[in-house]
Design a protein around this ligand. Sequence first.
Ligand SMILES: *[C@@H]1O[C@H](CO)[C@@H](O)[C@H](O)[C@H]1NC(C)=O
Ligand SMILES: *[C@@H]1O[C@H](CO)[C@@H](O)[C@H](O)[C@H]1NC(C)=O
Ligand SMILES: *[C@@H]1O[C@H](CO)[C@@H](O)[C@H](O)[C@H]1NC(C)=O
Ligand SMILES: *[C@@H]1O[C@H](CO)[C@@H](O)[C@H](O)[C@H]1NC(C)=O
Ligand SMILES: *[C@@H]1O[C@H](CO)[C@@H](O)[C@H](O)[C@H]1NC(C)=O
Ligand SMILES: *[C@@H]1O[C@H](CO)[C@@H](O)[C@H](O)[C@H]1NC(C)=O
Ligand SMILES: *[C@@H]1O[C@H](CO)[C@@H](O)[C@H](O)[C@H]1NC(C)=O
Ligand SMILES: *[C@@H]1O[C@H](CO)[C@@H](O)[C@H](O)[C@H]1NC(C)=O
Length: 297
Amino acid sequence: FVCFQMRHYTVAFQSRKSIVSGAEFTHMPDNITVLEGDSVTLRCQIDEEVTHKAWLNRSNIMFTGRDKWTLDKRVTLLNNNSSDFSIHISKVQVTDEGPYTCTFQANNKPRLTHVYLIVQVPARIVNISKDVSVNEGENVNLFCLAVGRPEPTVTWKVHKYGLVSEGEFLDITEIKRQQAEDYECVTNNGVAPADKSKVKVTVNYPPMITDVKNMPAHLGKTAILRCEAMAVPAAAFEWYRDDHRPVESDNTLRIKNEKTRSLLLFTNVTEKHFGNYTCFASNRLGASNASMLLFRK
Ligand SMILES: *[C@@H]1O[C@H](CO)[C@@H](O)[C@H](O)[C@H]1NC(C)=O
Ligand SMILES: *[C@@H]1O[C@H](CO)[C@@H](O)[C@H](O)[C@H]1NC(C)=O
Ligand SMILES: *[C@@H]1O[C@H](CO)[C@@H](O)[C@H](O)[C@H]1NC(C)=O
Ligand SMILES: *[C@@H]1O[C@H](CO)[C@@H](O)[C@H](O)[C@H]1NC(C)=O
Ligand SMILES: *[C@@H]1O[C@H](CO)[C@@H](O)[C@H](O)[C@H]1NC(C)=O
Ligand SMILES: *[C@@H]1O[C@H](CO)[C@@H](O)[C@H](O)[C@H]1NC(C)=O
Ligand SMILES: *[C@@H]1O[C@H](CO)[C@@H](O)[C@H](O)[C@H]1NC(C)=O
Ligand SMILES: *[C@@H]1O[C@H](CO)[C@@H](O)[C@H](O)[C@H]1NC(C)=O
């Protein structure tokens, strides 16, 4: 009996990627996977005289024979001949996901064949934290909202550490200056390449002078005093003499300010240049100072 059935009709479903054939009505429905927005063909071929045939979406009739019941313009019968009863769905939507049934009567016996349409959507970031600037010690809460079918994973990465967190929310308590990084959110569900986006976290802290040295100098020669300070935002530098007078540029002394340091450049050291210099580095979070000597060699 089964052989007789197999020989007299076959029912096949075909997607973009695969062709699945079968005339068994007892096994699990075949799955057809399609990307949202793509088109899909649901095949149903009937190689024998049938009295009635219909296509159902869940329990709703889409076609009975050649009569179209559904008002959906995206659904069409593929061929107009008696043995091919395949339908075509264009611009597939997420709501199209579900069971479809091709049903017909042959030899006065109803036949059903099912297919389960699975609609996939590439993982995509739909909203993500803006770049943030906080003071050291504050808490930082980042979010990265992603959509996709199947449900995508969301992870946070930092280039030099790799994975730092899983999930849409990344909470950093009492952030330290070393944690100032570009935090990259990566979302993936295997449907398309992962979607990625970065959040820049800036951590502000007051200046910390890291390196000062007393410097020997020869009369009539050049000399340099350096003051290096780490700070975010970058520090502003000022220089003072022992008697608290500000140091100013003149034709023998130049102040050169760079991003992380300030230099005192003596072009021709004279007696009056020897002494105690104080470097004062400040930003809106605070200040620090350090003193150094320019002494006769
Ligand atoms: C169809 O997909 C579901 C999960 O989406 C799975 O459980 C089932 O085994 C699949 N069926 C076939 C025939 O691949
Ligand atoms: C499809 O074929 C039937 C006869 O089998 C015919 O009556 C009908 O007009 C055809 N439809 C189209 C759109 O060609
Ligand atoms: C009906 O269409 C199918 C699919 O294109 C084709 O394989 C088959 O030969 C056609 N049958 C007839 C009788 O035209
Ligand atoms: C299938 O049925 C669902 C639920 O009724 C509907 O939202 C969807 O548009 C239908 N899809 C097609 C291709 O008919
Ligand atoms: C993204 O999320 C923020 C914070 O929840 C919200 O204010 C904003 O309106 C969202 N933007 C979009 C495009 O949904
Ligand atoms: C440095 O200053 C001294 C005293 O003013 C002067 O004699 C000398 O020529 C200067 N040297 C240079 C290289 O400018
Ligand atoms: C240099 O000046 C600073 C600030 O006025 C002072 O604290 C420090 O003791 C002085 N250093 C020397 C060697 O005099
Ligand atoms: C310089 O730093 C010392 C602590 O290192 C602080 O006591 C002093 O007030 C600072 N001076 C200025 C002018 O900020």
